[in-house]
Every structure is written in structure tokens, then in C-alpha cells.
Design a binder for this molecule. Structure first.
Ligand SMILES: Nc1nc2c(ncn2[C@@H]2O[C@H](COP(=O)(O)OP(=O)(O)O)[C@@H](O)[C@H]2O)c(=O)[nH]1
Ligand SMILES: [Mg+2]
Length: 194
């Protein structure tokens, strides 16, 4: 699957604009700038198929990538970027919610959190909401190269604690785009869900 030549398919601003449902989908969610697009590039061994940037909030659409005839990767718009006008944010919020709740071919949600920061209120709301709705999801702790192993383990324990309070048990996977640490575990998880 990961060896297939990936292709950019389309950008959708709402559920109705997504390609016809069929192939299993894996989506990448999380705040702006946490490394969602980088994760897609790293998984696909591409420098820049998914647009990465230093300018948070730039990816405002659901971007579809097709891996051979096997599955879609969907890069979701990042949330929590204050400089985006409120109306805009509300519109994406609704689009993302509709997508997450109603997209029948969605098999796994990878929620990306920057390992250096505690999950925000929005992250926690997201965990809770995914748990309540029994959605298949996992947490990816990105940028693990930026702090010590010890700190990474602490961050992982903290997220596990937050989840436990919500009665949620999901994989929590530290990873780094620059060292590729953790990438095999993420690939394995994706393969299990596709
Ligand atoms: N050091 C390091 N930088 C990363 C990692 N992942 C992403 N970045 C950087 O973080 C910034 C935001 O990444 P991007 O993938 O565009 O985030 P997105 O907004 O969530 O899609 C970019 O400058 C990336 O190069 C990582 O694992 N390690
Ligand atoms: Mg992005």
C-alpha cells in the first residue's frame, strides 16, 4: 500500500464535495501546524505531496490523496487557528464534524498532537467526542525529535491519563518526521484498519 504511487485527487470544502465513498479512508486531524501534512509526506515517502507550511491555517480544505487502488488519505483542515475569521472557522468546524460523523468509508482517524504541548481544550473535546461516538481513532504525538525521550514518555503518560478519565483506550504513538521514529508503528496501525 505504502509503495503505491500516491496521487492528489481533490480538495473538498464539505462532505458533499468528497469523492464517491468506496475506498477505505484514513484521515489526519488536529490543530494547525502540529504536523499533519508532514506525517502524510513521511508515510508516503514524498517530500511534498501534502502541502506543509510554516504558516498555520493555510490548509483550509480536506485534501484527498489516493494510494494505488487501496485507500484514501485525507488531510483535514487544522483547527484552533485564531487568525481565521470566526465565520470561516465555524464553516470548517461544521464540515469536519459532518465528515467525521457521516463519512461511511472512514476507517481510522489519526489525531495529531505536538508532543511538546499538553493537549488543548479543543484536543480534549475532540478525544471525548470521538470516544462518545465510538469512532476508531489513535493519537499521534508528533515532533518527538524536539524533546528528550524522557519528556516524550511523560507526554504519552499524560495523554493516556486524560483518556483514561474519559474511559477511552486508544493507541498513542510518538513519532518524528525528521528521524522517522514511530513511522513503522503508524503504518502497521493503518494497515490493520484498511
Ligand atoms: N522537527 C520536526 N518538525 C516537524 C515535524 N513534523 C512537522 N514539522 C514541522 O512543523 C511545521 C508544520 O508542519 P505541517 O505538516 O505543515 O503541519 P500541519 O499544519 O498540521 O499540516 C513545518 O515547519 C514542519 O516542517 C517533526 O516530526 N519534527
Ligand atoms: Mg497541513
Amino acid at each position: 500500500m505504502f509503495n503505491a504511487q500516491p496521487k492528489f485527487i481533490t480538495s473538498a470544502t464539505k462532505l458533499e464535495e468528497c469523492p464517491p465513498a468506496g475506498l477505505p479512508e484514513i484521515c489526519f486531524a488536529g490543530r494547525s501546524n502540529v504536523g499533519k501534512s508532514s506525517l502524510i509526506n513521511t508515510l508516503l515517502n514524498k517530500k511534498n505531496i501534502a502541502r506543509t507550511s510554516n504558516v498555520p491555517g493555510k490548509t483550509q480544505q480536506m485534501n484527498y490523496y489516493k494510494l494505488g487502488e487501496e485507500c484514501f488519505f485525507v488531510d483535514l483542515p487544522g483547527y484552533g487557528y485564531a487568525k481565521v475569521p470566526k465565520k470561516e472557522r465555524e464553516r470548517w468546524g461544521k464540515s469536519i464534524r459532518d465528515y467525521l460523523m457521516d463519512r461511511e468509508s472512514l476507517k481510522l482517524i489519526l489525531h495529531v498532537v505536538d508532543v511538546r504541548h499538553d493537549p488543548s481544550q479543543l484536543d480534549e473535546d475532540f478525544f471525548y467526542w470521538m470516544g462518545m461516538n465510538e469512532k476508531p481513532f489513535a493519537v499521534v504525538l508528533s515532533k518527538a525529535d524536539k524533546i528528550s525521550r524522557n519528556k516524550v514518555n511523560q507526554a504519552k503518560a499524560k495523554v493516556r491519563r486524560i483518556m483514561k478519565e474519559m474511559n477511552i483506550e486508544v493507541p498513542i504513538l510518538p513519532y518524528s518526521a525528521s528521524s522517522r521514529e514511530g513511522i513503522d508503528e503508524i503504518k502497521k496501525l493503518i494497515t490493520e484498519f484498511v
